[in-house]
Design a protein around this ligand. Sequence first.
Ligand code: SAM
Length: 234
Amino acid sequence: MIKSLYIHSMRGAKRIAGRLGILQALERSDSRGARWTRSLFSIYDSRDLALLDLPWWTFDAIREVEQLLASFDNQARVFEYGAGASTLWLSKRCAEVISVEHDIGFADSMAPLFSSCPNVNVLTVPDVPATGATTEARSRRRGYEDRAFDAYVDAISSQEGMFDLIVIDGRARTACLARAAQRLSPRGLILFDNSERKEYRAAIDSSPFVERRLRGLAPALPLPSQTSLLEQRS
Ligand SMILES: C[S@@+](CC[C@H](N)C(=O)[O-])C[C@H]1O[C@@H](n2cnc3c(N)ncnc32)[C@H](O)[C@@H]1O
């Protein structure tokens, strides 16, 4: 209720800020503060975040990932769980982005943007009713308790080779992490978003990776968030 009121208010505020030239003034600035303030008007508007060239991770994580991709001369291969503005941001900085999305309606709404990027391949793999089998990958998100995401998690298995960046920002994240661990290149990184959530802690702590927690402001979010970067132990 409070969340939907906030979203509604920000959309109203965006119209007013546009008329007053505030959005345009913010868009002319490169400062993090201006970019974050502008992004607050784009809450749950992935098309707008894409136009602002902002993935939905913390700003510190965005900076680190940008540096990593530059170190690969922008030739990295990326696999992403959970498509969105990040998919388009990555496409400008990588050789290839394969993204898996469970929500067909959301993927369709973003399709004109995705199809304008020749190096992007979005696989739509919807969740299915859970049957209670022990191998099922599940999401704890409200409304998804009775759904299974095995095919979604397994989407990486149908792809050849290793990935230099694997983004875990969609559904069934702990199952995605277990699968991603086998497909990371030696110098690669796993980006695990919203790693402050309790339900992810045990899986991250027991993974074979070294974790760096990047806590702070993130685009479109009024409160700080946390994105973790996981790398291979040396
Ligand atoms: C946290 S979002 C992924 C965001 C994406 N990785 C990014 O940084 O832009 C996780 C899921 O939320 C859904 N989603 C993303 N943006 C949405 C929006 N604007 N409205 C509704 N659902 C959205 C999609 O199903 C997506 O896989």
